[in-house]
Design a binder for this molecule. Structure first.
Ligand SMILES: NC(=O)c1ccc[n+]([C@@H]2O[C@H](COP(=O)([O-])OP(=O)(O)OC[C@H]3O[C@@H](n4cnc5c(N)ncnc54)[C@H](O)[C@@H]3O)[C@@H](O)[C@H]2O)c1
Length: 259
């Protein structure tokens, strides 16, 4: 296990070097967040259900401080296995980023029970399972950072921003974040949510260009966000400097929702 005093230098500033696990790290925001944490000097497990793809992302980094691990966030044994591999490789998880999700824009009247259940298992149920597996250890050690990826869809809702199941799962994450932030506070574990607006990722690249242009026009900053901007926010929330931030949902949305 890395010593608490183990330090890495980032942009000339000393940061405590920690062990992080990011789910859904094979592409998009998960990959960007995991790379940003790695860039900040942390040891990072890139975890994803798509093993080949996540191995490819890690291989490109050519770093002993990054490793790829298979995880299915729907299944507790799979989460336990990934946490155990992390502990063996780098030490116990200190920073957990719950990022894996399914994004679906299914029309309300076409939405089936199976699709609802599948999406909820990945997007929302996973948050209680990862916390059950990893938070007790964090509290015992007196330090932890849990970062949950929600979305403007969970704050604003409405059929313009994904399906009912997606929006509901993301709203649920905000509730779970507040609940767990209170539950874990005495153990030195902070729990926060990041609520991105439209970010330029593989997911958004699949959307029809006219829809992308329409969405960008609604953003006061008139553009999509860059994944590295979300990565930088995650690095801050994971840092010791963010120790007084907990239960928060931080918007990173170009101003599309101001509250
Ligand atoms: N891209 C955006 O504009 C945007 C906006 C708001 C919120 N978000 C949120 O940010 C997060 C990342 O979004 P993205 O666009 O990068 O998503 P994405 O679909 O590009 O990537 C999701 C990743 O999760 C993995 N995954 C899927 N099911 C899994 C499972 N059962 N177990 C483990 N891994 C699994 C996928 O293989 C994939 O690598 C999501 O939580 C999403 O809701 C994204």
């Amino acid at each position: 296990m890395p010593a608490r005093s183990d330090r890495a230098m980032t942009n000339g500033e000393a940061t405590v070097r920690r062990v992080a696990l990011v789910t859904g790290a094979a592409q998009g925001l998960g990959a960007a967040i995991a790379k940003a944490l790695h860039g900040a000097g942390h040891r990072v497990i890139f975890a994803d259900i798509d093993v080949a793809k996540v191995e490819g992302v890690v291989a490109k980094l050519q770093s002993d401080d990054a490793a790829a691990v298979a995880i299915d966030v729907r299944a507790k044994p799979s989460i336990e296995r990934a946490a155990a591999i992390c502990e063996e490789r780098f030490g116990p998880v200190e920073i957990l980023v719950n990022n894996a999700a399914l994004t679906r824009a299914t029309d309300f009247f076409d939405l089936s029970i199976d699709e609802w259940d599948d999406l909820m298992a990945v997007n929302l149920r996973s948050h209680f399972l990862t916390a059950q597996v990893m938070a007790a250890g964090m509290m015992e050690r007196g330090f932890g950072r849990i970062i949950n990826m929600t979305s403007v869809a969970g704050q604003r809702g409405g059929p313009g921003v994904q399906g009912l199941h997606y929006a509901t799962s993301k709203a649920g994450i905000i509730g779970a974040t507040r609940y767990l932030a209170q539950l874990f506070a005495e153990g030195g574990v902070t729990v926060n949510a990041i609520a991105p607006g439209p970010i330029q990722t593989e997911q958004t690249a699949l959307a029809p260009p006219d829809r992308v242009a329409r969405v960008a026009a609604q953003v006061p900053l008139k553009r999509f966000g860059d994944p590295s901007e979300v990565g930088a926010l995650a690095v801050y929330l994971a840092s010791d400097a963010a120790g007084f931030v907990t239960g928060a949902t931080i918007d990173i949305n170009g101003g599309i929702l101001m509250r």
